[in-house]
Write a protein that binds this ligand. Structure first.
Ligand code: MNH
Length: 471
């Protein structure tokens, strides 16, 4: 413990002393609320950083929201001993669905450490070997689905959502959504997407507004949450009835492996929370990256061809073996660069563990929080050149070396960083490579990338022509 106040030469840390750049025309009581964008809040956070700098704030009805995209300040903020995970508005609302699942648990909740210990072995690089065949089968279903549509403009984000949902459904709890054979969207998917959209929109709303103007939507939202919960509970109950073990999925692990620390199994409600966490955290983000990557590959045929050459060199067969995926260094750089421009989880929150003078200049009292604007961090001037240019070679080993360590954080950082990182990377490289080798990608004339936010990011209305190629 440090007691700054016992040092007479040091001034007390007071939030009131913190002066930060902010939008002009700040109003009494309302603050900067006129400058709030609810449907594109992350992109607006980025625009703000471009105007006001690497740390600035908006005062929303008396709540100070601090936006940080200065990598030097992140040396402190990303340090788990100084700042801790904070559940900011859209994430906190996710707790209504995902409860104390890994993503939405507070650091202090015992279920976080418990589930982390039980599940971590399922996410090591070695564990990926066990998921490879499933991921491949899902990729093959997408190839078949697109092969049957040579003369259509395929809805890219919808279809990458399908493939990522199949992957996570099967690897997490042995569930096939049959995304590629049903004509209507799976009702659980509809309910989950509506839930995310609702939570994203209602994030800055007021309960009274929700109960009046948005009464219908709110009722629908409650039905959606109930329906999703029941469906997952059925799957868990079915597994328990028909026998655990032998599935090699996350559900088996959660139902059979005790926490090494306490010797306890996860309780059934927590298991449901974890499944819901994996379904949401493990599918929207990955699907978004695949969709953005396909956009860039379609408008940069030279990059797509270079990737195809690499794929042909690594594998002459029709399928990519597990060990070959790690050899696709260029495809991996395409994924890395996509995540630089469009980190599909566009930021994260941290709160100060104790009173602190951030960067030696900005006083933050204990428990005050900041939002890390990944979209702007990933466009910081230290990247050099035109930050909007899509250039996978930014991730060449020699160019990564010497780079500021806090300049690239698409998977977060520290103890609360993404547990699914290796999973997502293996999945994304495998699926992209499979699609590149199977299809020519033609962009829609005149399409300009617009980005839609539903907590995660997606390219809006992205459609491509996909035609079979041999090899
Ligand atoms: Mn993922 C945490 C981004 C894929 C499961 N994920 C995080 C965080 C970021 C993130 C950022 C940290 C948030 C914070 O600090 O508040 N995740 C991604 C991205 C992709 C992704 C950009 C894909 C690309 N994530 C996945 C996949 C899974 C997954 C796939 C599961 C299979 N992520 C999680 C879980 C957490 C998390 C679980 C919470 C971990 C924890 O707090 O212990």
């Amino acid at each position: 413990m440090e007691f700054e106040t016992t040092n007479p030469t040091q001034r007390r840390i007071r939030a009131g002393d913190r002066q930060l750049p902010h939008p002009p025309y700040r109003l009494p009581l309302l603050g900067d609320v006129w400058d709030l964008h609810v449907t594109d809040s992350s992109q607006w956070g980025m625009r703000g950083a471009q105007k006001y700098g690497g740390i600035y704030e908006r005062d929303i009805l008396g709540t100070r929201v601090t936006y940080v995209s200065d990598p030097d300040l992140l040396r402190e903020i990303n340090d788990d001993s100084l700042w801790a995970k904070f559940l900011g508005v859209p994430i906190r609302d996710l707790r209504k669905v995902a409860g104390d699942g890994l993503f939405t648990a507070h650091n202090s909740e015992p279920n976080w450490a418990k589930a982390h210990a039980v599940l971590a072995p399922s996410f090591t690089a070695a564990a990926m070997r066990g998921y490879h065949a499933t991921m491949q089968a899902c990729a093959a279903e997408l190839v078949e689905y697109w092969s049957a549509r040579p003369d259509e403009w395929v809805d890219v984000p919808a279809d990458t959502n399908k493939v990522a949902l199949e992957v996570i459904g099967r690897t997490a709890f042995g569930y096939e959504f049959q995304s590629f054979t049903r004509t209507e969207e799976h009702p659980v998917v509809t309910a989950m997407l509506r839930t995310l959209t609702y939570l994203n929109r209602a994030a800055y709303s007021h309960p009274l507004v929700e109960k009046t103007i948005f009464r219908e939507q709110r009722a629908q939202h409650q039905r959606d949450v109930e329906f999703v919960n029941e469906t997952i509970d059925d799957v868990i109950a079915h597994r328990m009835r028909t026998g655990t073990g032998g599935h090699g999925d996350l559900l088996d692990r959660m139902l059979t492996v005790p926490d090494p620390e306490t010797g306890q199994l996860l309780d059934p409600t927590n298991v449901r929370h974890q499944i819901l966490t994996f379904l949401t955290a493990g599918h929207e983000t990955t699907a978004g990256v695949l969709a953005f990557a396909l956009h860039y590959l379609s408008v940069h045929p030279e990059i797509a061809d270079r990737a195809r050459q690499e794929i042909a060199t690594v594998s002459t067969g029709t399928d990519l073996a597990f060990d070959q995926v790690a050899k696709l260094r260029y495809v991996r750089r395409v994924v890395d660069e996509t995540l630089r421009l469009w980190p599909t989880a566009p930021g994260y929150f941290r709160k100060a563990r104790r009173d602190t003078m951030l960067g030696g200049r900005y006083p933050f009292e204990r428990n005050e929080w900041v939002f890390i604007v990944l979209l702007q961090l990933h466009r910081h001037e230290l990247w050099g050149g035109d930050p909007e240019a899509f250039d996978p070679d930014r991730f060449l080993p020699e160019r990564i070396r010497g780079r500021h360590p806090e300049l690239y954080r698409p998977f977060g950082v520290g103890m609360r960083a993404c547990i699914g990182r290796q999973f997502a990377q293996h999945e994304m490289v495998l699926i992209l490579a499979t699609l590149l080798r199977s299809f020519e990608l033609t962009p829609e004339p005149g399409y300009e990338l617009r980005v839609k936010e539903t907590i995660t990011l997606k390219p809006e209305a992205l459609r491509l022509r996909v035609s079979r190629r041999d090899g």
